[in-house]
Design a protein around this ligand. Sequence first.
Ligand code: DHB
Length: 505
Amino acid sequence: MAALTVGAATLPLAAKSEDALRFDPQAFTQQSLTMPDGQQVNYKAYEGIFYVRNVEDSTYQTLNIYVPEKLADIPAVPVFLRTYVGGYAASTAKSPSPADATGRALKEGYVVCIPGSRGSNSTIVRDGQTIYTGTAPNGLLDLKAAVRYLRYNDDLIPGSSELIFTDGTSAGGAMSSLLGATGNAKDYEPMLKKMGAADVRDDVFAAICYCPITDLNHADMEYEWLYGCTNTGVRALSNAQIVISDELAAECPAYINSLGLKMSDGTPVTADNYKEYLKTFLIASAHKALQEGCEIPDTIGFSFYQDQSGPMGAGPAPAGRRGTRPQIGDGRNAPSFGPGNMPRFNKTSDFVTGLDLDKYLSYVASVTPLKTPPAFDQMGVLIDTPSPENNVFGNEKGEAANFTDFSLRHRLGNVKAQLSDDMKFRVAVMNPMNYIGSDKSTVAQNWYIRHGAKDRDTSFLVPLNLATKLQNAGKNVDFFLPWNRPHSGDYNLDDLFAWIAGLVR
Ligand code: DHB
């Protein structure tokens, strides 16, 4: 079937048939990239393809597909869908890079898809008016439409649309988590239909989420509940900020308890034991780093096993630090997070014996200054400046908006103010937590979630709750807090691609 790619949106209405979404296997250019090891990877590049019939924003609503010359020699080749969304902004369809997972995926013989998507700053001019096109959930809808495009053309695009791996970092990690959590959910259906997305399923096989900035409507309380211990210390908040921090933190225990999460051994996770639960993951991270030869200062909260005949085999480690070779230990061969395999500190064989969490959080805050409260829905509470999240929840005119009752009430000075039903809906469809463990969607079976052990862009609760909820729902979850990692993504690709290979090879 001849496909209409670039320019389809400008064709007369009569030509906008179902076929406008058909992939043209002949419409490629030959391209290559050179990997860091010098290997040249050749591939066919199919670029600038519109993935919806009713294109509103031709700058962003396109995708690129890259098909390696040497497809992996396996019965079904995965499709690696990488979003470059950052800061909830718009993102154009990009080319693969040897420096990240896209180049690596091509080298592995996997098909790569890089969709663009609208975001907080994308605009078009309509009737002389500037219209913001990427207000939430439009960016997500674009990515879901891209998934549908792949499935709609499964017979024409090499690779299997039943093996789609989504990947993104930060706001892109949030998008990846949403793609993983919201497959086929009815909430999005009318909007996708209006856009002219292909009328096929949009569930995916696996979601790779690096530091997902998600659960936005609870992220403020989670941030203050965790980092409140630093308010009068390294964070040095003003009195007014402390009042807001305390109010937010006070809302968090009820939220934690409402989730009904369980540890892998079935123990309920509550606000009372949450910090001990979190500590097991931070200790697992430090422990792994020590095993990999990293140095960990004595001053950041960890305590160490110091038996003379201890596991290091060389007597007590020198004062000031433990371990030998300095390097980033980011959790390669990390213990996987799956049923019955919770990272647990083993006191007799491991050499991190404990963690003073408050001390460690102060360390994290000393590396990168924390956000001020509220960390996400900040507009109009103590400062007027909108956050990226205020912008993405804004309107077509580009006016930013609050997305929690808490901040709305503070901004309006009205303790009874409430989000509109429309805003509540927009917030709900942007939160993967609403879909996991429900019957509202087809949730991806496989999850790879990473959040750096010194990443303070959101609270550790956000990725940990996501991972735990998925695990509780019976999903295959590989979750780790890689040691010494700040807010970043697509790192430790050997580990990631070993995980992928384990699922598809
Ligand atoms: C991103 C980082 C943030 O701290 C945030 O609040 C939203 C998005 C990002 O890097 O995408």
